[in-house]
Design a protein. Structure first.
Length: 69
C-alpha cells in the first residue's frame, strides 16, 4: 500500500504518476493525484476524467522506469 506521505508529495508537486496495476504496460494509468482515503486514490487523467483506484497498486513517478513484473 502506498504511504500517505508519498501521496501527499505527489499531490503537492502536481507530478504525473504511473499506476502499475498488473504486468501489462497498456493497463497502466497516468495522471495526477487529486485525493485519497484509507482504501483508494483519485487520479485525474490527461483527458481530465477522474478514476478511483485501489491504494494497493504501485504508484510511481512517470519519469521513473516501469518495473517489470
Amino acid at each position: 500500500m502506498v504511504a500517505e506521505e508519498q501521496l501527499d508529495r505527489f499531490r503537492q508537486s502536481g507530478e504525473t504518476v504511473r499506476v502499475v496495476r498488473d504486468g501489462i504496460e497498456s493497463n497502466d494509468v497516468l495522471g495526477i493525484v487529486v485525493a485519497w482515503d484509507d482504501s483508494s486514490v483519485v487520479i485525474r487523467k490527461p483527458s481530465r476524467r477522474v478514476v478511483k483506484l485501489s491504494r494497493s497498486y504501485q504508484y510511481l513517478p512517470e519519469s521513473e522506469e516501469r518495473p517489470s513484473l
